[in-house]
Design a protein around this ligand. Structure first.
Ligand code: UDP
Ligand code: MG
Length: 240
């Protein structure tokens, strides 16, 4: 078991994000230096074939706070998060995308809310994505909230903060990263959301489209519905 000896672990899945990594590390370091907290940046290279690991390894030479976990193949974002959380040493995990669409300058907003909550979800209230993505995401969030009786405006936003204990009893499956807030609520954790900024992708391409997201998400949604319905709850009134 990893001992939590740092305040913060920034956990970032990376899949073919070569040209985003240098600006990402620079921006993160600028923003994190202002916080007066101990931290690490855990990058999980999810089987990139564009040489992302070369960039990370060269950044690591000048930055001892960078950690690289490199998969041999592409296993998906949930697997990357699972590996990152397992190795992470922070008391709080902050997740974000590697593509600079999330702004590291928003991390303090999340940490402020962490004073009263266990999970803080970013809400990209002004999305900078192509219209097809904005519309499909709006529909997706609507359907997801309705069917899972949830009220998270934007579960697709990777910028989130979690108390590390949130993952103690949660087994992660493929696709589950879209349902972290719901899973945490089931475990009794306090979840909230804050508005965060969102930027257009400058380098690389999105790894998701309607086809590869819609059907698997619907499938996952059914699993979440089932889990919510069958979640074990009991009240003990005597135990001797
Ligand atoms: N990603 C990953 N493995 C995958 C797909 C995506 O690690 O199989 C990473 C990707 O590099 C990015 C984040 O997950 O850091 C979100 O992906 P993307 O930006 O393509 O999604 P979008 O923002 O377009 O929904
Ligand atoms: Mg993105």
């Amino acid at each position: 078991m990893t001992i939590p000896d740092l305040d913060l672990s920034i956990v970032i899945p990376v899949y073919n994000e070569r040209d985003n990594l240098v600006p990402l590390e620079e921006k993160l370091e600028t923003e994190l230096a202002k916080l007066n907290l101990s931290y690490e940046i855990v990058l999980i290279d999810d089987g990139s074939v564009d040489g992302s690991h070369h960039i990370i390894n060269s950044l690591k030479k000048n930055n001892p706070r960078l950690k690289l976990i490199r998969f041999g193949h592409n296993h998906g974002q949930s697997a990357a998060f699972a590996a990152g959380f397992k190795a992470a040493r922070g008391k709080i995990f902050v997740t974000l995308d590697a593509d600079m669409q999330n702004n590291p300058a928003d991390i303090p907003l999340l940490l402020e809310e962490m004073k009263n909550f266990d999970v803080v979800c970013g809400w990209r209230f002004k999305r900078n994505d192509p219209w097809i993505k904005r519309v499909s995401s709006k529909i997706g969030n609507g359907v997801r909230n309705r069917l899972s009786q949830e009220e998270i405006a934007d579960t697709g936003c990777s910028l989130k903060a979690f108390r590390r204990e949130c993952f103690d009893n949660v087994k992660l499956f493929k696709g589950m990263h879209r349902f972290f807030p719901t899973l945490m609520k089931m475990e009794g954790f306090r979840v909230t959301q804050v508005k965060v900024s969102h930027h257009a992708r400058l380098h690389g391409v999105s790894k998701y489209n309607i086809r590869n997201r819609l059907f698997s998400s619907l499938h996952d949604l059914m699993a979440i519905r089932w889990m919510k319905k069958r979640h074990i709850n009991y009240d003990i009134i005597q135990e001797d």
